[in-house]
Ligand binder design. Structure first.
Ligand code: EPU
Length: 336
């Protein structure tokens, strides 16, 4: 028998710390429960929450909020070089990274301290310090919401791109990811330490161990990004925009310092944080909403911010960036 809670506050379930109520709430600890909820409540709308680290609630929710809370890590295959593990989607991402470090399994050390759950990680192909989830992802199990069958979806069908996958685009709301299979390195470890800030940490070092890479990533993240347990936030609020080479060249005339990363022969990626910073918005505060003082891409909740207020600030930033640089910033965070 399924036990729903009624009129539950979602504040503890989103890293922005925004107050919003859900009419019904269910913590699902296995796939059978999920199937049952979906089968019995076809007439009610639902939303799925993992770690709540990439959402902004702007209003109360009249349907069922399903919290994904299935746990477990299982080794499926092992050779002297690699290991394949299946991780249930309710596992906390950073705890999974720590588990890999404890077992000396390489591949996710650059992704240490990213908030959120394992099941949410493929949705936006989480990434940091030169590594994206796609580099270790093998497949996932996902519950098809219509057929209520679990399907195995392999990497090539996920269409992973920068902060994107089928689960965020054309297959949005078709699946609930229930577990993820990762292929990790036992020996040798393939280190990725070329990213600027990370490289600087190892300039005098021998080849670091994966545990040292993770420690450096944690140090950098802690110095720049606010801890959501202290200051509510959702990490980067916007994606870094891609612009055409000709647009970039034009901007460069007025802003010779403009940083960029080459994305292809035709496009470059520009750090949105730099654009917001140029506009003098870093560290600004309006009531309980603000732009973080160390990272202009992060919007923060100083206490009692409403989702709508965060959204208003985000829209102001988007308009200012559009007006000054003729660049449209896309949100990385899901606005609900
Ligand atoms: N910069 C500024 N002002 C700032 C911050 C950064 O001008 O306030 C400029 C600097 O030139 C810096 C450049 O922006 O060199 C890039 O900054 P940073 O290395 O901090 O990375 P980012 O592009 O702002 C991205 C990800 C982060 C990830 C870091 C590190 C996106 C949207 N964000 O941020 O991911 O941790 O790189 O790899 O791609 C997240 O997705 O939530 C997230 C935190």
């Amino acid at each position: 028998m399924l036990k729903f809670k009624e009129n539950v506050s979602l504040k503890p379930y989103n890293t922005f710390g925004i107050e919003a109520q859900t009419k019904y709430f269910y913590k699902a600890t296995n796939t059978l429960e999920l199937k049952e909820i979906l089968a019995k409540n076809q007439n009610l709308t639902f939303q799925v929450l993992g770690g709540g680290s990439n959402v902004l609630f702007t209003k109360n929710y009249e349907g069922i909020t399903i919290l994904i809370a299935n746990k477990g890590i299982k080794v499926l295959q092992e050779t002297p070089e690699i290991v394949v593990v299946e991780v249930q989607s309710g596992e906390n991402w950073h705890e999974f990274v720590l588990w890999c470090l404890n077992h000396n399994y390489g591949g996710v050390e650059n992704l240490a301290l990213i908030p959120g759950s394992v099941g949410a990680a493929p949705i936006q192909n989480i990434g940091a310090y030169g590594v994206e989830l796609t580099s270790v992802f093998k497949s996932c199990k996902a519950l098809n919401i219509k057929t209520l069958e679990e399907e195995i979806i392999v990497k090539k069908d996920c269409e992973f791109k920068y902060r994107s996958s089928i689960f965020k685009t054309h297959q949005k709301r078709k699946y609930i990811i229930t577990s993820v299979c990762f292929q990790l390195q036992k020996y040798p470890h393939q280190l990725k330490i070329e990213y600027g800030a990370l490289k600087a940490e190892f300039k005098n070092n021998h080849l670091p161990k994966i545990q040292e890479v993770a420690a450096a990533v944690i140090k950098i993240r802690e110095s720049k990004l606010p801890n959501h347990k202290i200051l509510g936030n959702s990490g980067s609020f916007f994606k870094n925009p891609l612009v055409s080479m000709s647009h970039y060249e034009l901007l460069k005339l007025n802003y010779p310092e403009l940083p960029c990363y080459r994305a292809s022969n035709e496009q470059v990626k520009i750090p949105a944080a730099w654009l917001i910073d140029q506009l003098g918005l870093k560290g600004t505060r309006h009531g309980d909403v603000g732009v973080h003082k160390n990272q202009a891409l992060v919007l923060v909740n100083y206490g009692k911010a409403k989702g709508k207020e965060v959204l208003d600030l985000a829209k102001k930033i988007q308009s200012a960036v559009k007006e000054t640089f003729n660049i449209s910033l896309e949100t990385e965070v899901n606005i609900l």
